[in-house]
Design a protein around this ligand. Structure first.
Ligand SMILES: [Zn+2]
Length: 268
């Protein structure tokens, strides 16, 4: 599943390629993903900006915003108009310079929502998003966490508490701060919370930066998925040695999500 840094990379790539282009046509091959009314409203509109809110991609098409979420497997490809359509391309945008932007999604979980530019941030789905680590006030977050009775791992994934952190980076952030993923949020200190926010900013920024270095590959061959390699300390490293203490990384399921951590470095 793409996380915030990957989505940021996707937005960067999309902006470079399609900003200022006009939507000439939209072909919808999976009607649950986009309806005919949306298509009608968007034809003839120019892409004036592309922004990111949490893991949502917002195409600004005055007076509308098309809000795209990639969910598990969604990705965008740039292709020539006459290239044959692939099985998993569900929405194909024909743009003004002879380019087609294709939304590809093997799982079909991705979503498109059309909203008005004037209020798209205050209505669902974006209104349900909390601030991202980059904007969040650690004191306010501390108060929120105090009032919840959840494992910190679960809280970090809750987009209404803090936005933009997915499973991979939640594990990495907790390792970096030496906090056990099972620790209850009500037991965290203000210092722990500040450390979590700082670690989140650092790790997400590193990931965004490393995403930026591989942009060209994604565009030319793989499409825009924004995936990249960042050295992970714990995530997906079950049974391997901890880079800090040499102990063994364990995997435990917390609230339905695989969680990787070091029992020595992240004591309960
Ligand atoms: Zn360790």
């Amino acid at each position: 599943m793409p996380e915030l840094p990957e989505v940021e990379t996707v937005v960067t790539v999309l902006k470079r390629r399609i900003l200022g282009l006009t939507i000439q046509n939209i072909d919808i091959y999976y009607d649950k993903m986009m309806d005919e009314d949306t298509k009608t409203l968007l034809i003839g509109k120019t892409i004036s900006d592309i922004t990111r809110q949490g893991k949502y991609i917002c195409f600004h098409l005055n007076p509308y915003v098309l809000i795209s979420h990639l969910r598990m497997e969604g990705r965008y490809f740039f292709k020539d108009i006459d290239e044959p359509k692939l099985k998993h391309e569900h929405v194909v945008f024909t743009l003004s310079d002879g380019l087609s932007l294709r939304y590809h999604d093997t799982r079909k979980f991705g979503t498109f929502d059309l909203r008005h530019l004037s209020d798209y941030k205050v209505v669902p789905p974006l209104s349900q998003l909390a601030d991202e680590p980059f904007q969040i006030d650690p004191k306010a977050l501390y108060k929120t966490l105090k009032s919840k009775h959840k494992a910190i791992k679960t809280a970090l994934l809750d987009q209404s508490i803090i936005a933009g952190i997915g499973n991979i980076y939640a594990d990495e952030i907790l390792f970096s701060t030496r906090i056990n993923p099972h620790r209850m949020t009500s037991k965290l200190t203000q210092k722990d919370t500040t450390n979590v926010v700082n670690a989140a900013i650092l790790i997400l920024n590193q990931a965004i930066l490393s995403g930026g270095t591989t942009i060209r590959t994604y565009v030319s061959e793989l499409g825009v998925s924004g995936r990249f390699q960042l050295k992970l300390m714990v995530h997906q490293r079950e049974g391997e040695h901890c880079y800090v203490c040499g102990g063994s990384i364990v995997r435990e399921v917390i609230n339905g999500r695989s969680s990787f951590y070091c029992k020595t470095c992240q004591k309960r």
